[in-house]
Design a protein around this ligand. Structure first.
Ligand code: GLV
Length: 318
């Protein structure tokens, strides 16, 4: 039987590519690390494909699926799959897989790092030192906020939220969380209503998947509930926060700071964010350790290999 035809939308590690090569006819491969194909190129690329390996930043919408009449499987190298029209896939019987678990600890580490960088003003003070502005030590220089004994509110208590709560216990933080379901995991965290979490937390960390239900979960009304001293950390998805409402809240000093790894319209986020020294901006890298990105790519590849061999998919979402 002829090997299945595979399209890969982004440059992947050579060893992951090597694991796929014997089992697939790789008919198109985007060699760019960070530039997605435009819609027309993507649609052309998938027109003969049986399988698709995509990334979090490729929009696999109904038009792409319609352009791929032979397509049977999509493996995304990410845990979140809101960029894929899963309903359109299901209607066509196309299987979809993601990469849960392998990125949990790395992403939780980053959530903590972003919270600490924001609280302790690390990027701002680094910019100051690098610019040669440091002329002397002062008691009130770059005074930040303590994490220890502060209240952390986690919105979205899945695998990553629980891993963040475990780290917070080591910092003697009080942890509140809000989630549709109460967590069954052994974490020291208290479920509260969302408004109570917003009112009481010193740090609000967002870890929910993006969906219509979580679109603009944090908007003007929610930001207004937060303490003026509180900080918002978003490692979830752009769109979970209403960026315009956040910019207004920062401008009016209604919250103290924000740490943002994800944005509406990324990578073209609103340049208004650049005017704030109390905002830490990172380019959607929460899962980006070398090992974890490799594990994500390999899990996507292993799902494709399972499909090619007629074996059960490892981590199907549909
Ligand atoms: C990254 O954002 C992911 O969903 O894996």
């Amino acid at each position: 039987m002829a090997p299945l035809k595979l399209v890969i939308t982004r440059r992947i590690y050579p060893e992951v590519l090597a694991s796929l090569a014997p089992a697939f006819d790789i008919i198109a491969e985007n060699q760019a690390a960070d530039q997605p194909w435009d819609a027309a190129t993507l649609q052309r690329a998938v027109s003969e494909a049986d399988c698709l390996f995509c990334s979090v930043a490729d929009r696999i919408d109904a038009a792409v699926i319609a352009a791929a009449p032979r397509l049977k499987m999509i493996a995304t190298g990410a845990v979140g799959f809101n960029n894929i029209d899963v309903a359109a896939c299901q209607a066509r019987g196309i299987r979809v897989t993601n990469t849960p678990d392998v990125l949990t600890q790395t992403t939780a580490d980053f959530g903590f790092a972003l919270m600490m960088a924001t609280a302790r003003r690390i990027p701002e003070s680094e910019r100051y030192a690098r610019a040669g502005q440091w002329t002397g030590w002062a008691f009130d220089q770059f005074t930040g906020r303590d994490l220890h004994h502060a209240t952390l509110g986690i919105i979205g208590m899945g695998r990553i939220g629980c891993a963040i709560a475990r780290r917070a216990a080591g910092f003697d933080m009080r942890v509140l969380y809000h989630n549709r379901n109460r967590s069954q995991e052994a974490v020291q965290a208290t479920w509260v209503e969302r408004d109570q979490l917003l009112r009481e937390s010193d740090f609000v960390m967002l870890v929910v998947p993006y969906s219509q239900a979580t679109h603009h979960l944090i908007g003007a009304a929610e930001l207004a509930l937060m303490k003026p001293s509180a900080m918002l950390i978003n490692i979830a998805r752009g769109g979970v926060v209403d960026d315009q409402a956040l910019i207004t809240a920062l401008r009016e000093r209604r919250i103290a700071a924000a740490g943002l790894d994800v944005f509406e319209n990324e990578p073209k986020f609103d340049p208004a964010f650049l005017q704030f020294d109390n905002v830490v901006l990172t380019p959607h890298i929460a899962s980006s350790s070398k090992a974890t990105r490799g594990a994500m790519m390999q899990l996507a590849a292993d799902n494709l290999l399972a499909h090619a061999s007629g074996l059960p998919l490892k981590t199907p979402v549909a």
